[in-house]
Design a protein around this ligand. Structure first.
Ligand code: THU
Length: 136
């Protein structure tokens, strides 16, 4: 199983691939799925701004494409001076495939500053497929 440090290194290795001509903020995410496989994503901005895809959601799409369904850890690396917490849309999408205990760690690539949360504190009371199915 990859350590947070290994996930950080993998995210750092693709940070330069981020497409962020509008904000100038580069973000990369590495997701560890429950079998230990790692899935990567970077932010993909768009001239419409609203169609921008965050690194976390790009990594979730890569994980699902690879046939995995469960997130164990998410490591985010950003070019900002402070670690970026996942945006609200990403929290909702992470909640679809993670649970309250899923670890989310964010690093500033610029300063090395680190922040860590559990998904349950970032995204409490999220509706998920599991809850919908259980209530049927
Ligand atoms: N961004 C991410 O990729 N992930 C986050 O958690 C927060 C924001 C991106 C979106 C946009 O391209 C840039 O960072 C500035 O918001």
């Amino acid at each position: 199983m990859p350590s947070v440090e290994e996930l950080k290194e993998k995210a750092l290795s693709i940070l330069g691939n981020a497409y962020a001509p509008y904000s100038g903020i580069r973000v990369a995410a590495a997701i560890e799925a429950e079998d230990g496989s790692v899935h990567l994503g970077v932010n993909v901005e768009n001239a419409s701004l609203g169609l921008t895809i965050c690194a976390e959601r790009a990594a979730v799409a890569a994980m699902i494409t690879a046939g995995r369904r469960k997130i164990r850890k998410v490591v985010i690396v950003s070019s900002t001076p402070e670690p970026l917490p996942p945006c609200g849309a990403c929290r909702q999408v992470l909640a679809e495939f993670g649970d309250d205990d899923t670890v989310v760690v964010s690093f500033s690539a610029a300063t090395g500053e680190r922040m860590e949360w559990r998904l349950g504190e970032l995204a409490p009371y999220m509706i998920t497929v599991k809850k919908i199915v259980e209530e049927r």
